[in-house]
Design a protein around this ligand. Structure first.
Ligand SMILES: C[C@H](O)[C@H](O)[C@@H](O)[C@@H](O)C(=O)O
Ligand code: MG
Length: 406
């Protein structure tokens, strides 16, 4: 780290330049958290847009929800410091990182993250804009922020403006909100099991499941449904009306992320007091601008590993703040924790319960990250984030594969 002579006597710090960008793939849980073994709650007859095909109704893995696997991006500076990040993307994302994105980083300063993001986005705009390409850009951007933190010996949340509160509070996503309540979480979000293709019988089963869980957690504990893009406006409206009496707090990602008009209508249809949320499969400031200007939802839920990374989430969050919208990022382990703690309009965070039951609290991206913090009693003190970068290390025991080089 050199000390360049500034215009005053005080020298400014010049960080070492980026020397190498490398992309690896990993299978088995971690950032591609749907890539789990048999009998996991996260693959048990969950309603999806593919549920209209009976052969793909029981298991999301049957139609390929875990086909990509994890992308690991490593960025090495000239002094040997390595920043890394994990997200969903696997081999195709690794190809994009190595063959297309790396050229915008190697030889550059890690502080040029705005220009680097702009060049990664607009150089891939002709084939990207959302989905896999933005996942790859997000992975690079997160690794860049991890490198910046390590070079500056500061946690990422310091670089984002510092903590606005002393601790994070979490709701838990999983099949057991009753256990989530025991563990001290502020609420429980369940995956919806039956979609329109199962007719009124399926809708009644959904309501019966919610009623059963409400009887277990009492009247005040937050209960939410995650509908994973599975419904249409009519079904979602009928479900919301029936669930309102059971105190459903929000109905999440009920319809296709492309159907902004449908969300606009659903938000008008749901009973007063029920929130409509979405955004985990939306990307960039432009996608979220559409959600907000068309009044599609009450809470936006970008995934920082899928929406464009920290650099883009800063823009999305500021836009949401101006619109008076809450930003509760989709669960993405430390990558969302370091962000949420710094934003007034992100009052709580999601914790995805990755234990198969789930009857235990385990790290979300297990087994890929060493030092990954987990909530205690549903909360996480900001001090748990006080390590350089995102504060985690890659588990050396996991098999990483580098499918492409450049
Ligand atoms: C639980 C949901 O079906 C998804 O698996 C989950 O990843 C996501 O939608 C969430 O909000 O956590
Ligand atoms: Mg969701």
């Amino acid at each position: 780290m050199g000390l360049a002579q500034g215009s005053f006597s005080v020298p400014i710090v010049t960080l070492p330049k980026i020397k190498h960008v490398r992309a690896f793939t990993v299978r088995g849980g971690g950032a591609d958290y749907h890539d789990q073994g048999e009998g996991h709650w996260i693959d048990d007859h969950i309603a999806t847009p593919m549920s209209k095909y009976p052969e793909y109704r029981q298991s999301r893995q049957s139609f390929g929800i875990n086909v990509l696997g994890t992308l690991v991006v490593e960025i090495e500076a000239e002094d040997g410091t390595i920043g890394f990040a994990v997200t969903t993307g696997g081999e195709p994302a690794a190809y994009i990182v190595e063959k297309h994105l790396a050229r915008f980083l190697e030889g550059r300063s890690p502080t040029d993250y705005e220009k680097i993001w702009d060049q990664m986005y607009f150089s891939t705009q002709y084939y990207g804009r959302k989905g896999l390409v933005i996942n790859a850009i997000s992975g690079v951007d997160l690794a860049l922020w991890d490198l910046l933190g390590k070079l500056r010996q500061e946690p990422v949340y310091h670089l984002l403006g510092g903590a606005v509160r002393d601790e994070l509070q979490f709701y838990a996503t999983g099949a057991r909100p009753d256990k989530a309540k025991e563990f001290g979480f502020i609420g429980g979000k369940m995956a919806l099991h039956h979609g329109p293709a199962e007719g009124i019988e399926g809708l009644k089963k959904n309501i019966a499941e919610l009623a059963d869980m409400r009887s277990k957690v009492g009247d005040d504990f937050w209960l939410m449904w995650d509908c994973w893009m599975a419904l249409d406006v009519d079904y979602a409206t009928r479900l919301a009306i029936a669930a309102h009496e059971l105190g459903l707090k929000w109905i999440e990602e009920a319809i296709s992320p492309d159907d902004y008009w449908g969300y606009q209508q659903l938000k008008r249809n749901v009973p007063k007091g029920m929130l409509v949320t979405t955004g985990e499969h939306e990307a960039t400031r432009w996608g979220f601008r559409m959600l907000m200007e068309m009044d599609c939802c009450d809470i936006i839920q970008p995934d920082v590993g899928w929406c464009g990374g920290v650099t883009e989430l800063l823009k999305i969050s500021a836009l949401a703040d101006a619109h008076g919208k809450m930003v509760v990022p989709h669960g993405s382990s430390v990558y969302s924790y370091h962000f949420v703690i710094t934003r007034h309009n992100s009052p709580f965070a999601e914790f995805l319960m990755m234990h198969p039951g789930p009857t235990e609290v385990v790290p979300m991206f297990h087994p890929q990250l060493l030092g990954e913090p987990v909530p205690e009693n549903g909360r996480m003190k900001v001090t748990a984030l006080d390590k350089p970068g995102f504060g985690v290390d890659l588990n050396p025991d996991i098999a990483m594969h580098r499918p492409y080089t450049h």
